[in-house]
Design a protein around this ligand. Structure first.
Ligand code: 13P
Length: 312
């Protein structure tokens, strides 16, 4: 390991490990302006900057309302939020920084970044070429992050759209994740300073659902076959599952008796951490507490699932 990466190696390893602390996960709050507009529309709010700010403020200030360590500490932010202030004028970055959460893109203090590369199943997709191109783009991004002191979250997302069976998703996820680690190796990424954010192995959203235990087993097995033990943590995306489904699947993979995974299997959910909070908040300041209660309930349930407890 040479050059700039060597400069940050210790820090990357420490931060990778910290983010993957057992029992903790990530709140993915980095929806683009267009995507968050869809979430706001679902509760009848227009896609205005102050609604986007209030939603994020509600989520980011919730940790201070709990005496136990926050169940999901790091937040992934969209660029707008990095420059936005909370309603009392405090920059969001400062608010999070004061809680030892982040500073800026390295200089400002961000310590990790995320790149999502999307693939879909069906009609001959994903092609070998797209798997390869996605993997090499992700690996290139990963080493650029590391050269700048940021832990890269590598997110090859295979969308759940389609009616394929779970075995198809398992086989394709295996090829895709294996390709990512080949590319990361070719690029000399420091694996201890990276995190993986994959899809869970599930049947297509438009087909019959697979058994929970089977999904947990196939997810764990796929990762055991493809992810090096040097990686500190695997933080799943929720991919359009309901909050309860995502929590149950996380528990199932952590309860798998016959697969002893070397990494933390945790969460980096967007929709599956925000859906009920969004509803309870409804765009109204007076509902901040109700929204936060809903968010904290999901964070706690996912934390417990990541530690192998059965969902309550
Ligand atoms: P979902 O959990 O809603 O899939 O979002 C996670 C994410 O950050 C996708 O990039």
């Amino acid at each position: 390991l040479g050059g700039a990466k060597a400069k940050y190696a210790e820090e990357l390893i420490a931060n990778g490990k910290k983010i993957a602390t057992p029992g903790k996960g990530i709140l993915a709050a980095d929806e683009s302006t267009g995507t968050i507009g869809k979430r706001l529309a679902s509760i009848g709010c227009p896609n205005e900057a102050w609604y986007r700010r209030d939603l994020r403020e509600m989520l980011f200030t919730s940790a201070s309302r709990t005496t136990s360590a926050a169940w999901c500490v790091p937040r992934i932010l969209f660029e707008e939020t990095l420059y936005q202030n909370s309603s009392d004028g405090t920059p969001f970055v400062k608010m999070l920084q004061d809680k030892d959460i982040l500073r800026k893109y390295y200089e400002q203090g961000a310590r990790f970044a995320k790149w999502r590369a999307v693939l879909k199943i069906g009609n001959g997709c994903p092609s070998e070429l797209s798997i390869h191109q996605n993997a090499y783009t992700l690996a290139r991004y990963a080493v650029i992050c590391q050269e700048n002191g940021l832990v890269p979250i590598v997110e090859p997302e295979i969308l759940s759209d389609g009616s394929h069976g779970i075995e198809v998703c398992a086989a394709i996820t295996e090829r895709v994740v294996a390709a990512c680690y080949k590319a990361l190796n070719d690029h000399h990424a420091l694996l201890e300073g990276t995190l993986l954010k994959p899809n869970m192995v599930l049947a297509g959203a438009e087909g019959p659902k697979a058994d929970l235990k089977l999904a947990g087993y196939l997810t764990a097995r796929t990762l055991m076959r493809t992810v090096p033990a040097a990686v500190p943590g695997i933080m799943f995306l929720s991919g359009g599952q309901s909050e309860e489904e995502a929590t149950a699947h996380l528990a199932a993979m952590n309860q798998c008796d016959n697969v002893n995974t070397p990494w933390t299997l945790s969460f980096s959910f967007g929709r599956a951490l925000q859906a009920s909070a969004l509803k309870a908040w409804g765009g109204k300041k007076e509902n901040f507490k109700a929204g936060q209660d809903a968010f904290l309930a999901r964070a706690k349930a996912n934390s417990e699932s990541s530690l192998g407890a059965a969902p309550a």
